[in-house]
Design a protein around this ligand. Sequence first.
Ligand code: HH2
Length: 269
Amino acid sequence: MGVVNITDDSFYDGGRYVEPERAIAHALELVEQGADIIDLGGESTRPGARSISEQEELAHVIPVLKGLVHRVSVPISVDTTKSRVAEITLDCGASIINDVSALRQDPAMASVVARFDAGVVLMHMQGSPQTMQQSPHYSNVVGEVVHFFDERLQVALRAGIARTNIVLDPGFGFGKLLSHNLDLLNGLSAFEALNRPVLVGLSRKAFIGKVVERPVEHREWGTAAAVALAVDRGAHIVRVHDVAMMIDVVKMAAALNPRWSSCEQEHDA
Ligand code: HH2
């Protein structure tokens, strides 16, 4: 999943793709590089980010979505917590809603996703983007995130979302200290029990910066190591800024793990 943030304050690419033509060109480039999904974001979720209105978010996302939808064959996902943004973007051709609040922020979100029969990413976060890094606390982060997914899956299913449309994401960096992020990455295979694809968003995140002691623009090697381990531990989808680089990392990590290499052989057969 290649990330395109149409914002001025995203933690890595903020300000680069605010003009629709630039965002469209970047998304086309990511598809060319091998992205299987494009994730469009109109509002930053970085710690302390300013909330924006529905109108502002739509003004960021819609021109880019409209410019892309007939030019790419990969599914387009929209990173939003607002049901009205979901509804309008799904109507304009998006097919996945990436909701970092896991359907909790907007009570109408679940029914919109169900009505469009859309894909949905349910991400774990402790707190909200405004408060999440103030004092994250867990006694067993992996167990608590599994429990959260159990509960959110029930909510999604009760709202009429098909089980096969749901992807789970432990939410790296969202209300987590370094040790929590490392425990989640180490324990990623625990999510297999939930029988849904697992998405990880590790790309250039602050916890990687803490380990490698580098600013955001020099975290690609740290990201590569984390992505390789995530694939080895069962991640099905990796959300990244640097598709060209990470596609080789994913291919190599997948080739080394019988779980993924046997999938490939089935496809080849
Ligand atoms: N991370 C970010 C945003 N959206 N969605 C999912 N499902 N998982 C993630 O880990 C995730 C996400 C943060 O990254 P980015 O979009 O690059 O930054 P910003 O939120 O500042 O726009």
